[in-house]
Design a protein around this ligand. Structure first.
Ligand code: ZN
Length: 343
C-alpha cells in the first residue's frame, strides 16, 4: 500500500494536492542569536516585538531578533494555515527537526484545526544547532532515533514522522556527516525521503552523495534543499538532478541576505532562471517552497504567508513561460512522489 504519513495518520498520495515541501510551522532558532544579545535585556532593540517601525531592520538582519526567530503560538499557526487552505493549498511538509525545536503534538493540533495536511520530518539539523550530547552520537545511534520517530512516533505522542531532514553546514564536520549517514541508514529501512539543507553556496553535493550511497541511501529519494542561492550556476544544479536528486527552490518570497555572504535571488530571478532547468529536462526533479522560518514571513507579521506561491508567483509564472501543467507537476505530482512511502 502506498501512503503519505501525516501527523494525523496516513493519507493516499492523491490526497496531498498542492504541497509546500519545505516549510516550518513551529520553530525556535534561538541558538543562532548573536552572542552579544542578552534575551532578558528589554533595552536592547533586538528584543522588541515585531512592528512596522522595526520591520525593515529585522528584514535586514533576520536572525538578530528574538521574536522573529521563534514561533510557538498555535493561534498564529492555525490562522496562517487557514489562509493557505483558502488559497487552494492542501499539504505542508514541516522541516523542523532536532536543533530547531519541533513540536509534534502542536503540529497535529494545528493540522486538525486548520484542515491542512501536515507531514513532519525527523532527523538532525546542522551541528552548530545541536547539543554537545547530540553531536557525540554516531550514525547508528542517530539512525535509531530517526527510525523510532518514523515507525513508533515522536517521544510522548502518537504522531509519526513522514520523512527525514538533515542539516549539512559542512560535509567536513563529523557530526553533520554522521547525521547524513544516519539518514541513509534509516531511509534504507523505511523508504522515507531525505531532505538535505545544503551548505550555503559550497559545492559539496558530490561528497554528500558519496556518504548517502555508501550508507545505503537512494539519491532518487533525496532532495537537495536551498538551491536558490546557487543560481545562476545551472551546470552545478543540473548535475545534482542528473545524479537522481530533487532540486528544491524553497526560498520563494525571501530575497534578503543570510549572514553576510549568502545573497538570495529575487522571485524574478527564480522565475526566469528555473526555466533553464526545465529546458534541461529536470521538470520531474523540481520542487518549490518558501522555507517559512522567520515570523516576518508570516502574514500576521508583514510577510507573504504560505499562500505566496499560488497567490502571487503562479500568475507571474503563467505570464512568463510556464503552463498550468508544469506548475501542477512541480507542486502536486513531484511532492506526492517524494513523500510517498510503501507498506
Ligand atoms: Zn527550512
Amino acid at each position: 500500500m502506498k501512503y503519505v504519513q501525516t501527523v494525523c495518520g496516513p493519507i493516499s498520495p492523491e490526497e496531498m494536492g498542492f504541497t509546500l515541501p519545505h516549510e516550518h510551522i513551529f520553530w525556535d532558532l534561538k541558538v543562532y542569536l548573536p552572542k552579544d544579545l542578552d534575551e532578558n535585556d528589554p533595552d536592547d532593540p533586538r528584543n522588541r516585538k515585531i512592528c512596522l517601525e522595526n520591520l525593515s531592520q529585522i528584514r535586514a538582519k533576520f536572525q538578530h531578533y528574538t521574536h522573529n526567530i521563534t514561533q510557538q503560538d498555535i493561534e498564529v499557526a492555525v490562522r496562517e494555515l487557514e489562509w493557505f487552505r483558502e488559497a487552494g493549498g492542501r499539504t505542508i511538509c514541516d522541516c523542523t527537526v532536532r536543533g530547531i525545536h519541533p513540536d509534534a503534538a502542536k503540529a497535529k493540533e494545528a493540522s486538525r484545526r486548520s484542515g491542512v495536511h501536515v507531514v513532519l520530518g525527523t532527523g538532525y539539523y546542522c551541528h552548530n544547532s545541536l547539543t554537545d550530547k547530540e553531536n557525540k552520537l554516531d550514525r547508528f545511534q542517530k539512525a535509531e532515533h530517526i527510525l523510532h520517530d518514523l515507525q513508533e512516533g515522536f517521544e510522548g505522542t502518537d504522531v509519526k514522522a513522514g520523512f527525514i531532514k538533515v542539516g549539512v553546514e559542512s560535509i567536513h564536520a563529523d557530526a553533520d556527516r554522521e547525521s547524513l549517514a544516519a539518514a541513509a541508514i534509516a531511509q534504507k529501512q523505511t523508504g522515507a525521503a531525505i531532505l538535505i539543507h545544503q551548505p550555503g553556496i559550497e559545492h559539496q553535493s558530490q561528497e554528500i552523495f558519496e556518504v548517502l550511497t555508501a550508507n545505503g541511501g537512494d539519491l532518487s529519494r533525496t532532495v537537495m534543499c536551498h538551491c536558490d542561492p546557487l543560481l545562476p550556476d545551472h551546470d552545478y544544479i543540473d548535475a545534482m538532478a542528473k545524479a537522481g536528486a530533487y532540486i528544491s527552490f524553497d526560498f520563494f518570497g525571501l530575497d534578503g541576505v543570510l549572514g553576510k555572504t549568502l545573497f538570495l535571488p529575487t522571485d524574478k530571478d527564480r522565475i526566469f532562471s528555473v526555466l533553464e532547468q526545465i529546458e534541461r529536462g529536470n521538470l520531474d526533479k523540481l520542487l518549490f517552497s518558501h522555507d517559512t522560518v522567520y515570523k516576518t514571513m508570516l502574514r500576521q507579521f508583514g510577510g507573504y504567508g504560505y499562500a505566496h506561491l499560488q497567490r502571487d508567483v503562479w500568475p507571474l509564472m503563467l505570464a512568463n513561460g510556464y503552463t498550468q501543467d508544469v506548475l501542477n507537476h512541480i507542486s502536486i505530482e513531484n511532492p506526492a512522489r517524494v513523500f510517498t512511502m510503501e507498506a
